[in-house]
Ligand binder design. Structure first.
Ligand code: GTR
Length: 358
């Protein structure tokens, strides 16, 4: 039997070994050492309540509450008006600002332009849900605020879930809601997407939930798409001091000891094989270490190859601004900064359109 700690950059599993135990053992390591496990209690059914609804000429907008153990979180859902079987994004968004004063569902989504031009997404035939992650688990150190982590049983062990894991759980709950709808969403074409900390969340969500056909990471960097080893931007030391609550407690063991991690981030991407992953970086985002985000996609490709499909198909020299979309891992690096813009969305939707018809 293979020792997964031997050499994390060299997959030694055959496809049957990978399916029988390799994949589960790597997921287990990643959860026990980095993001933490979801508790048993998180498997309970979530109750969905449509709190508000509105129709514009082009969009059916809903504000939906999710209730579990008396704890309430929400997401907003935008579906192309009158259309069925839409492809859909679940966007895990940490800066969702609700226009609470007027509770105006239309203004709410227009205020999201900074992250996503909803009209553009809708015009291309996609539905999109925004999960307000801070309601799931506050994005703050030492927060006294309620969270689903507290509602489902307090953090107890060194491998209990952190906020990123809780946010990824919430993304999956949105898919549970899609399943209750009457064919509005094509359940075989649901993507999870996030920017930065949300990108880390999106990869983790898809690694644990096969209902996501595609995971999209926008500038997710350390503890997201980027390899931890030889990361020239953010390190495990820095990230676990600034955001300890994102992870399980075990992760601190690897401060300044990246070499001793029994895995690396390319394996998080590998867990999504043979489905689809889109990673993008920005030239001006050295904190996220674009070099290691790209390398990670290259190393992850071996897990896709196990299934007889290509991972990333891209030359040694990557062209800035070009989207490499011919494999099950797509990648681009833009001339720009740490953000997600309409030009990124358009490349992502081009890719989603392409895999959607295969
Ligand atoms: C940074 C953090 C990154 C990234 C980013 C973000 O401060 O160091 O890992 O996640 O925040 O989420 O915007």
């Amino acid at each position: 039997m293979t020792n997964v700690k031997d050499d994390v950059f060299h997959n030694r599993f055959s496809l049957s070994e990978w399916q029988e135990f390799g994949k589960a053992s790597i997921l287990d390591l990643i959860l026990s050492e980095e993001y933490g496990y979801r508790p048993q209690s998180s498997k309970q059914k979530v109750q969905f309540i449509v709190a508000e609804e509105k129709h514009t000429d082009t969009i059916h907008i809903r504000k939906v509450y999710m209730l579990i153990n008396g704890y309430k979180m929400k997401f907003h859902l935008y579906v192309p008006e009158g259309k069925k079987h839409n492809k859909a994004f679940v966007f895990v968004l940490h800066e969702y600002v609700e226009n609470t004063s007027s509770s105006d569902l239309v203004n709410d989504y227009q205020s999201l332009k900074h992250y996503c031009d909803v009209d553009n997404v809708i015009s291309r035939g996609y539905a999109i849900a925004f999960v307000s992650t801070k309601e799931v688990a506050p994005d703050k150190k030492y927060s006294k605020r309620a969270s689903v982590i507290k509602a489902l049983g307090d953090k107890k062990t060194a491998s209990s879930w952190g906020a990123i894991q809780a946010w990824s759980w919430a993304a999956s709950k949105v898919v549970d809601y899609f399943e209750t709808l009457d064919d509005e969403i094509d359940l075989s074409k649901v993507a999870v997407i996030g920017h930065s900390r949300g990108g880390k969340t999106a990869l983790l969500a898809a690694s644990q939930d096969e209902r996501f056909l595609l995971a999209v990471s926008s500038c997710s960097g350390n503890s997201g798409a980027a390899l931890a080893r030889n990361n020239t931007g953010e390190t495990i030391d820095v990230i676990t001091r600034a955001f300890p609550y994102w992870f399980c407690k075990n992760y601190k063991k690897y401060r300044n000891k990246e070499e001793s991690l029994p895995f690396d981030q390319h394996q998080l991407i590998g867990l999504i094989a043979p489905r689809y992953v889109y990673v993008f970086s920005a030239t001006g985002d050295s904190w996220a270490c674009p070099k290691n985000e790209l390398l990670s996609c290259r190393y992850a490709s071996q897990y896709f190859n196990l299934y007889g499909v290509d991972g990333l198909i891209a030359p040694e020299e990557i062209e800035v601004g070009k989207s490499y979309q011919n494999g099950h891992i797509a990648y681009h690096i833009k001339d720009g900064i740490h953000n997600i813009e309409t030009r990124d969305w358009n490349m992502i939707m081009d890719y989603f359109d392409k895999i959607g018809i295969n």
